[in-house]
Design a binder for this molecule. Structure first.
Ligand SMILES: NC(=O)c1ccc[n+]([C@@H]2O[C@H](COP(=O)([O-])OP(=O)(O)OC[C@H]3O[C@@H](n4cnc5c(N)ncnc54)[C@H](O)[C@@H]3O)[C@@H](O)[C@H]2O)c1
Length: 252
């Protein structure tokens, strides 16, 4: 087991990728703090963990609310006494494709709040716990669109911001034994996507991407979970400030 007796906090753990990460970490021996705004979804993730013989607990939080994030970390430390790993996955695109002239202030702000500011807040709280420990692993969820994406202005900016923030944090926290890295997946097949687009449009998107990606398919949540595991494990002890593209070779 690669995360034996580690305490791992995963935000967005009710979602497609978050659930895969939470269950993967639990299978590897971590005690997982399952956090999401979706309480029923979090309960299902915990059920899956426990069915597989793993251990965890649910602490719900809305990562867009500062008081929720502060309370999430306070409750986690009250329960476990420490946090070894944080994976910031909660997020999503609040402003799907638009022309630049049509950028909507409210949706644009929502993208920055949900993806970038939530990640910064969570990392601030993680640093407060991990610095005194003298160790920690932080993995942030960016996206391949951090490189830029036509007509996806605020989402790509928020994910690019996560990369810049991750590098800044890695520079500041390295001497405290804390690594900070980011994941940048291309299209990942998750139930939320299929629900939002409908089967037919999803299938068109999946086919289009599969033809364009050199490896000939889109990613699974498990592809992403295994990369998160690598960055959270001792195998990545000397890696920090990096972004790992999980892209099947897209946009090389
Ligand atoms: N699916 C993809 O193709 C893809 C590609 C690259 C990056 N990502 C990123 O991966 C992450 C997970 O996405 P997913 O594909 O699993 O989608 P998803 O919608 O299944 O998961 C997102 C999770 O975040 C939670 N969430 C949303 N707002 C929240 C809030 N305010 N507080 C707490 N939790 C909140 C949702 O309840 C959900 O469980 C996101 O950050 C997304 O931007 C996804």
């Amino acid at each position: 087991m690669r995360l034996s007796r580690e305490v791992a906090l995963v935000t967005g753990a009710a979602g497609g990728i978050g659930r895969a990460v939470a269950t993967c970490f639990a299978r590897e021996g971590a005690e997982v703090i399952v956090s999401d705004i979706d309480e029923a979804g979090s309960a299902s993730t915990l059920e899956e963990i426990e069915k597989a013989g793993g251990k965890g607990t649910v602490i719900s939080a809305d990562v867009m609310r500062e008081e929720d994030v502060v309370s999430l970390y306070r409750r986690a430390v009250e329960r476990y006494g420490r946090i070894d790993i944080v994976v910031n996955i909660a997020g999503g695109d609040c402003e799907p494709a638009s022309d630049v002239e049509q950028i909507d202030y409210v949706k644009m702000s929502a993208n920055i709040d949900l993806n970038l500011k939530s990640c910064m807040l969570s990392c601030r709280e993680a640093a407060r716990v991990m610095k005194p420990q003298g160790s920690g692993r932080i993995v942030n969820m960016s996206s391949l669109v951090y490189r830029g994406s036509p007509n996806q202005f605020s989402y790509s900016a928020s994910k690019g911001g996560i990369y810049a923030f991750t590098r800044s944090l890695a520079m500041s926290l390295g001497r405290f034994g804390i690594t900070v890295n980011a994941l940048a997946p291309a299209l990942v097949e998750v139930p939320a996507f299929i629900r939002a687009l409908g089967e037919e449009r999803w299938e068109m998107l999946r086919k289009d991407c599969s033809q364009r990606y050199p490896l000939g398919r889109v990613a699974t949540p498990d592809d992403v979970a295994r990369c998160a595991l690598f960055l959270a494990s001792d195998d990545a002890a000397f890696i920090t400030g990096q972004i790992l593209e999980i892209s099947g070779g897209a946009r090389l």
